[in-house]
Design a protein around this ligand. Structure first.
Ligand SMILES: [Zn+2]
Ligand SMILES: [Zn+2]
Length: 116
């Protein structure tokens, strides 16, 4: 689209600001930007879900230390965390009335909760 605009010849007024083709180009750019955003979001999501390690946190069910993935912290019990895998079976071994916080990043969570 952008190339067509500049190469397509003599009957187009390139210096006109109201040219309808400019809005077409803008639309194309928006599409490209949107695409880049989507890619960024995907990468971010991947990082959140797979690469962040919860240092110093132990899953209270499978006892795995420094696990990856999402950390689930019980809102009612003072020191109760479970990993992603164990969360799926949580209702079998933990009080169903307890709320759990979903924590992607323990470091970030600590920063935020210390400020409050
Ligand atoms: Zn676990
Ligand atoms: Zn609990």
């Amino acid at each position: 689209m952008i190339n067509n605009y500049f190469n397509s010849g003599t009957d187009m007024e390139i210096d006109s600001c109201d040219s309808p083709d400019l809005s077409e180009i803008k639309k194309d750019l928006d599409e490209i930007k949107k695409g880049i955003n989507d890619v960024n979001k995907t990468i971010l999501q991947k990082n959140l879900n797979e690469n962040i390690i919860h240092y110093g946190i132990k899953c209270s069910n499978c006892l795995q230390l420094n696990f990856k993935g999402i950390r689930y912290k019980c809102f009612t019990c003072p020191d109760y965390n479970v990993c992603d895998k164990c969360e799926k079976m949580l209702s079998f071994f933990h009080d169903k009335n307890h709320f759990f916080l979903r924590i992607h990043d323990t470091f970030l969570y600590n920063c935020l909760s210390n400020k409050q």
